[in-house]
Ligand binder design. Structure first.
Ligand code: AMP
Length: 281
């Protein structure tokens, strides 16, 4: 796998592929690669002649009290995984080249950034949108592969791509899970064995809520049931459970057919998120 560090070099590489008629699929990540990242890589490889993965722990999307400094950075293992997965190039920019002194621009995707995760993480989606736009301008891929596990992030990036006429197709990929239902995440390594045992309860409660909603239980009761169930998970603290319209991320209206049930749950200093689709009507 070819490792590229300079922003100016990555665009030259993808342009040379595109000049030969290859479609370029791009999978941006923060590294600590796992089976879910590899499922995005496989999807990209199935649809594109060339696959480029980026590994960049983006300081701009972490709050001052969040886990930026302790976020795992096993770069050698990441490179080995990419090599085995047949990734064509791995882009690993320096923080200094992404955010040189004096950097002072941000992309703010309005309403979609504010509810859900945006409430507890002010500035998070500005950091995400800004880095994704920078990466897209540097890489200039044909397709961008993102996971539904970060459902609000996917919505924010789709909105940005549409609003700013970005010449890229955004492809959302289904959430990959452990056999017990826990959504795979680089942050799962922080969990103690006890917390790891309880962590699948988040997905179980969301699935139970989905069933209730799809069989006609009104949204406020669904949310109350899921919250109540999660309030008794040992060692856990609930941040939010919300049932929203899947396209606006706001309270569903009577015409909403495609909903999303989303939640965030803390175990100690570790924050887990998950979501499931809900079809009504
Ligand atoms: P991250 O490295 O956590 O920023 O994730 C990089 C990409 O992988 C994002 O598009 C995530 O949504 C996606 N991703 C992470 N975990 C999962 C998962 N369990 N299933 C599907 N996609 C995922």
């Amino acid at each position: 796998v070819r490792i590229v560090r300079a922003p100016a070099a990555v665009g030259k590489l993808t342009a040379s592929w595109q000049a030969r008629g290859e479609r370029v699929g791009f999978v941006p990540t923060m590294g600590a690669l796992h089976a879910a990242h590899l499922s995005l890589v496989r999807r990209a490889a199935a649809e594109c002649g060339k696959v480029l993965v980026s590994v960049f722990v983006n300081p701009m999307q972490f709050g001052p009290k969040e886990d930026f400094s302790r976020y795992p950075r096993p770069f050698r293992e990441d490179a080995a995984l990419c090599r085995r997965a047949g990734v064509d190039a791995l882009y690993h920019p320096h923080p200094r080249s992404m955010y040189p002194p004096g950097f002072d621009t941000a992309v703010d995707v309005g309403r979609l950034s504010r509810p859900l995760c945006g409430k507890q993480r002010p500035g998070h989606f500005r950091g995400v949108a800004t880095v994704v736009l920078k990466l897209l301008l540097q890489v200039q891929p044909d397709r961008l592969y993102l996971g539904e596990k970060d459902f609000q992030q996917l919505a924010v990036v789709r909105r940005m791509a549409r609003d700013l006429d970005l010449p890229v197709r955004v492809v959302g990929c289904p959430t990959k899970r452990e056999p017990d239902g826990l959504a795979i995440s680089s942050r799962n390594v922080y969990l103690t064995p006890g917390q790891r045992g309880a962590a699948p309860d988040l997905h179980k409660a969301l699935v139970e809520g989905k069933r209730l909603a799809e069989s006609g239980t009104p949204p406020p009761q669904v949310v109350a049931r899921v919250r109540r169930r999660l309030s008794s998970v040992p060692d856990a603290r609930l941040e939010y459970i919300e049932l929203v319209d899947a396209s606006t991320l706001e309270s569903p209206n009577p015409r909403s057919r495609s909903l999303r049930l989303l939640g965030a749950l803390w175990f100690g200093r570790t924050r887990l998120i998950d979501n499931v689709p809900v079809k009504v009507g």
